[in-house]
Write a protein that binds this ligand. Sequence first.
Ligand code: GLN
Length: 535
Amino acid sequence: MVNAKYIFVTGGVTSSLGKGIISSSLALLLKSRGFRVTNQKLDPYINVDPGTLNPYEHGECFVTEDGAETDLDLGHYERFTNVRTSQANNVTTGKIYSSVIEKERKGEYLGSTVQVIPHITDEIKNRIKILGNTGNYDFVITEIGGVVGDIESLPFVEAVRQLKREFGKNAIVIHLTFVPYLAAAGELKTKPTQNSVKSMLSIGVQPDIIVCRCEKPLTQSVKDKISLFCNVDKASVIESIDAATIYQVPLNMQNEGLDTQVLKLMEVTSAPTPDLTSWKKFLYQHNNPQNEITIGLVGKYVELHDAYKSITESFIHAGAATQTKVNVKWIHSEDLEQGETQVKSLLEGLDGILVAPGFGSRGIAGKLVACQYARENKIPFLGICLGMQCAVIEFARNVLGLKGANSVEMQPSTPYPVISMMEEQKKISNMGHTMRLGNYPCHLLEGTKIYAAYGKSDIAERHRHRYEFNNEYKQQFEKAGMKATGTNIQSNLVEVVEIENHPFFVGVQFHPEYASTVESPSPIFVAFVKASAHL
Ligand code: GLN
């Protein structure tokens, strides 16, 4: 294939129907036929990126290898396809407007009035074409956030309309809608789908495929009705029934013929048959566990599970790899601040404890309690980013006897700044920002838990933090049994700590959860699950 083909995924009726999962599933199906695929997300909000968003708003902020702070859907794309995403794969209204305004200030519009059409829509189209123009992809699948009809998403849908005209058969639109089952009437209802397609038509876009999210199977007559009223082929009406796991969805989409219909509409005649052997093996192992464990996930956003999406998905990948069912017990770190009885009732009997990443000081005291409990009771422990920092602070206070030890983020005037930001560290932060973002190399010491997990001495993992282990205390920690087992040699930064004489106590300054995929589960999560399951 010479030119990239563009597939747009829009949503109607309501949000949360699973556009990200449908986009990822289609990408996987095309990839399994040997095509080169990438997924992109356009977000209609005005934030330049979700880096500044509270996790309660949109769930986790996903970080790419090149250090972009992005929407959590990019996590789904990577987990399904094992294809890495980048800055270019997530575009927001904020990004579009800020670059148009920057160009206007530089005089690049040569005196013309800058308007939504064509200037904003041109900028959107350019951001979509950037991926196709690399020559690296046969298909670019672009998901448009929000629901069609929202004011915010209008310019994006208008850009799709223009691209459909420009590319003809090389651009199609898949519209995801909801077909509710009304128990009182005993019927599936197509009206919301009809109305949602109408609102697409009112802005000039005729969907080519309609994917119908439903709780009950669509009857042929319902499918026929949608085909007739919404002006699409019968084969273009695809059922997307609720699935036990998101990882079943690609197989459901294959059974419904989503990929074959896409290829037919785009006139791709020479498509190899899909090879989903390894995907099916993963699903089999996921559905047939031989062991079962419960991990306590200690965090402060636990009411919203999406805030820890990559972590829970990493447990699914590591669980399948080891045929272990990993139950996650959600523990609010502030609940660990309520005294010993409460701590015991929440933590006793857990097979493993994970202390989660996070920002700010709320819930820190409870995270320290969790670290201490895991350390003293020899429960397998994984601390990620802030979780690793908490393990360091707890060790300093209770083992080294440095009573006021803290991170300067939490307490700028701490007498023992065991987590701090040194001049050397400031220098390596990305693009003038104070945050260390994206992939950094890490050298692992042989004979350690982390080395055993990765099976090699040089790795790279993604980061998203400001503060670091303070090297001035390194000797003291190592003498007392907390060892720096992974370092960024170039900048002399501690990236991994481990406690000796403990079955498994590992803290990582990086976020291994971002890199975990179905095809390639995170090695440290696999090791943590194995330790927790005594495998
Ligand atoms: N707040 C800590 C830092 O900036 C940890 C951040 C995180 O857990 N992602 O260093």
